[in-house]
Design a protein around this ligand. Structure first.
Ligand code: NAP
Length: 265
């Protein structure tokens, strides 16, 4: 089994990553940053997001494992003091995995070019200055004219991230769904939006057709893009999925409770 270790820059992660690499090498695993079978991230959920984008072209054969150097995360099943147990689990590996949906984003530009992205958490569209005005279509049907700061389209695993801050629902990642949340929409006698999160079915897609301003900001997970003269952006559940090597199970709602509510009484 070829393993890549991706760490963030904090000293605790560097120490844990070094310890993990030494133990994996001693156990006979091959370290390979280019074509790994398993990618282990050491840091937080953000570190796993970064690694996902680094290996996005290899999703068909890569499984991910997240080691957290702080609290337990949504993409991280292991803590940095559990390295010995993780190495043992890898030695006993029989290919077990769990997979989650991703978001497919296709942007069309006025000059006829297109860009294609995959997001693990979410994609957003905002304007750098001024109100964003954009028509929202579900499949090919006009749904609403949006005015406000922006719109966020998230995956189920991304529902506990930015989407939740926008008032979105927390979605169990076993569901094939995507969620649209509004970022500070304007709702008054003149402008009207749904003003509620929207959860779409697997065979549906959303198209945003923004007014032709020059200053849009599109984000894909932690990356920001300033697309010039974007005419439409289509969001749908991707055909690709992210696979995690899952050696032990933690209930999703326990994770949610741990992250957002805290110790049970
Ligand atoms: P960051 O700004 O350094 O950290 C964002 C925080 O979100 C971190 O605490 C991170 O956890 C956490 N996080 C990431 N994915 C998560 C998930 N699926 N569920 C719950 N929490 C999650 O940026 P980053 O670490 O590179 O992460 C980028 C993400 O930040 C974006 O995808 C977006 O979801 C989120 N974000 C949120 C807001 C907001 O809530 N207002 C605004 C902008 C961006 P760790 O500490 O474990 O890394």
């Amino acid at each position: 089994m070829r393993i890549a270790i991706i760490k963030n820059s904090n000293s605790q992660s560097k120490t844990a990553a070094k310890k993990l690499e030494d133990k994996l090498t001693a156990a006979g695993f091959e370290m390979d940053l280019d074509t790994p079978d398993v990618v282990i991230t050491v840091g937080g959920d953000g570190t796993l997001l970064g690694a996902f984008h680094r290996y996005a072209q290899q999703l068909d054969h890569v499984r991910f494992i997240g080691v957290h150097t702080g609290h337990l995360g949504f993409y991280t099943d292991w803590r940095d003091f559990e390295i010995d147990q993780l190495v043992q689990a890898l030695l006993n590996d029989s290919g077990q995995s769990v997979s989650y949906p991703l978001l497919d984003v296709l942007a069309d530009y006025e000059d006829g070019t297109t860009s294609h992205y995959l997001a693990l958490n979410e994609a957003t569209l905002k304007r750098l200055s001024g109100t964003m005005r954009c028509d929202v279509y579900i499949k090919e049907d006009f749904f609403e004219s949006f005015r406000g700061d922006g719109l966020c389209v998230s995956t189920p695993t991304g529902s506990t991230a930015y989407s939740k801050s926008n008032g979105g629902a927390v979605i169990h990642p076993r569901l094939d769904a995507m969620q649209v949340t509004e970022i500070a929409s304007i709702n008054n006698r003149v402008f009207r939006t749904l003003a509620a999160p929207m959860i779409l079915a697997p065979d549906e897609w959303v198209i945003l057709r923004p007014e032709p301003f020059q200053d849009y900001l599109m984000s894909i997970d932690q990356f920001s893009i300033t697309p010039q003269l974007v005419t439409s952006i289509r969001f749908k559940i991707a055909s690709e999925r992210i696979h995690f090597a899952r050696y032990r199970h933690m209930h999703f709602w326990d994770r949610v409770e741990d992250a957002f509510i805290g110790a049970k009484q």
